[in-house]
Design a protein around this ligand. Structure first.
Ligand SMILES: [Fe+2]
Ligand SMILES: [Fe+2]
Length: 275
């Protein structure tokens, strides 16, 4: 199985650009076309939050149009820019969005990899939190099927990245510790897949690996000075493919850049092997 991951779409309407610079709709169109054109297409795609920029119903309607060409099922989760009810209203056919109570938390059982989504959103805040009830629910869900390889998906990553202005709007420290204690009990958790950081970052976490996905449009500047300015940069955007290698029972994660690049070229120069 291949599980695709895209993140931080920040869709706006009326041709408006994010921060007056980023054409996020065009970026998503390019991303969808590139994922659809992969020789090995994902069986499903998780979209790890910040789906739209201001949580407006019109933004979700536009998002739905932009995602319509995606050739495989996709699963949405909210980020700090999202509004849960507007999201649910625009995707009434996405039954999994109704699984939770107020929060958008769900389990997808349709694939060889089990997908468990957690909602880290605090309404009207950029920071994230995990409710005690969510952690109890997660523990129960994981305990129910200990043999099935599982990924947890959530918007805010459960670790400090060193990018100070993003860590300032991260997941609450006590919630990180509580999540880590739950995850550590369930070794079938192959990954904790996150967004929010607009960069590919990995860290050991609770006996597994937690990671963040590049943004579909703009990236957060790589600057580990705690006082670094809060800035983004138009580095190549990207997506990730998490390939479940059934033969070795391992999840292998690839990051690909979105865009048009020269090549591919063969590793041959005349009849001489050069690599
Ligand atoms: Fe974002
Ligand atoms: Fe975010």
């Amino acid at each position: 199985m291949i599980l695709g991951q895209i993140s931080d779409l920040h869709i706006k309407t009326d041709g408006k650009k994010s921060y007056r610079v980023v054409d996020t709709a065009e970026s998503l169109r390019r991303c969808v076309a590139q994922v659809n054109a992969l020789r090995q297409k994902p069986d499903a795609v998780v979209i790890t939050g910040d789906l739209v920029d201001f949580g407006k119903p019109s933004e979700y309607e536009f998002l739905r149009m932009l995602l319509a060409p995606l050739a495989m099922p996709y699963y949405l989760l909210p980020g700090n820019h999202d509004e849960r009810n507007a999201l649910r209203a625009a995707f009434p056919d996405h039954a999994y969005l109704q699984q939770g109570g107020e929060r958008i938390e769900y389990v997808i059982e349709d694939h060889p990899i089990r997908i468990v989504a957690l909602d880290t959103v605090i309404p009207r805040s950029s920071s994230g939190a995990l409710a005690a009830a969510s952690l109890r629910w997660l523990d129960d869900v994981l305990a129910a099927q200990p043999e099935r390889p599982t990924v947890i998906v959530m918007h805010h990553p459960p670790f400090t990245t060193g990018i100070g202005h993003m860590d300032d709007i991260g997941l609450a420290g006590e919630d990180v510790l509580a999540l880590e204690a739950v995850v550590r009990k369930h070794p079938q958790v192959e990954r904790v897949l996150c967004g929010h950081l607009h960069r590919a970052i990995q860290r050991r976490f609770g006996g597994t690996i937690a990671s963040t996905c590049p943004g579909v449009s703009h990236q957060v500047v790589l600057d580990l000075d705690p006082a670094a300015a809060s800035c983004f940069v138009m580095e190549p955007p990207g997506f990730q493919l998490h390939w479940w290698d059934a033969a070795s029972a391992g999840l292998v994660s690839h990051t690909a850049a979105i865009g048009e690049f020269e090549g591919p070229y063969p590793f041959y120069d005349g009849d001489e092997l050069i690599d």
